[in-house]
Design a protein around this ligand. Sequence first.
Ligand SMILES: O=C[C@H](O)COP(=O)(O)O
Length: 261
Amino acid sequence: MSERLPLMAGNWKMNLNHLEAIQHTQKLAFTLADKDYEAVEVAVLTPFTDLRSVQTLVDGDKLKIKYGSQDISAHDSGAYTGEISGPMLSKLKCTYAVIGHSERRQYHGENEEIVNAKVKAAYRHGILPILCIGEPLEVRKAGTHVAHTLAQLEGALAGVPASDVERIVVAYEPVWAIGTGEVATPEDAQEVCAAIRAKLAELYEAELADKVRILYGGSVKSSSAAGLMAKPDVDGALIGGASLDADEFVKIVRYREQAVG
Ligand SMILES: O=C[C@H](O)COP(=O)(O)O
């Protein structure tokens, strides 16, 4: 099995203006030490309006924090009012773009076709997708959550070559766990993350699937991180609410110091 560096990614969602973003990033940078970055990759996924401020800090102070956006346009330029393109994000040296978050699917009508186009747009410009997939509550209750999530994965990756997919990050985010305080059990997370890896092996090859980092997202806190990370196919977390509290986020990054809850 290849060594996958865990990734702890804070999705700020629509929180923190650019001044708050500077303060928050500085606090993270001040608290995190080299040994933290050796053990875990740390990323912040910020509103578009914060990216320049975060980039300036990261570049200026040579911070090891990675950053990225929460969305990306499927188009590279043109008459798409309100959209932010891949070239704009790569100019800001974004490492990542979140694609297909359930809030985009729910509130902005993003379907598999759009998600697939955005994944391709990210790769065109050297940005790595953090592809979000996961089932709503009714699907979980019906017991078809694995099939639902794998269908989203397959749709998002249609026509995407192995050379791109081997650097993707997939985030399994059951919708019922997002922002609800109801974290999935480590066993629930492992079941779907393992199925995602198996599907990647089927669509591409086992060696590729072994390299891909698969995150869990949904009400992750420092009290639940260690238990989730103990599972073999969970390679990190996509953290919403808890990432807005710098001390709590650092505790999640340092999950190895927390008890397995
Ligand atoms: O992208 C992050 C997820 O939506 C999880 O958010 P949450 O940690 O606030 O539940």
